[in-house]
Design a protein. Sequence first.
Length: 148
Amino acid sequence: MQTYPAESDHAGEEILFEGRPALVPSLGILALSILTLGLWLLPRWWQRGSKLYRVTTRRIVVESGVLSKRLEQIDLYRIADYTVDRPFGQRLLGTGNLLLKTFDKSTPELDVHEIKADVVELYEKLRVATEAEKARRGVRMVDYEIKA
């Protein structure tokens, strides 16, 4: 029996970001935590632990769930548009949101929300990686408008 060396789909893949949503992402959560003497942090901690984002140079992987896990992956070449959202309260605490519109049928929008990272820097890295992945796969995007 002859075996063939397995070529990894992940060769050359670099991690751009890996993390969970911030425990205290905004001033509203901070105020609620202070008013409830920290008790509001317990459900936030549980909610935060249920989601993990991993952004690489080829894909975005979202792992969700605490007891049961769900793993969802979106290839970067399927991303069509990005929106960076940094409300005032989140900007003060160094968090932000990244909304991705994709051509993926199961996940047309992906909200990477309340992450403790420089969202603008992540957006720039993700945009460059998306264009590189589209070029590597030979994917071309064509915009056209149908006039009635």
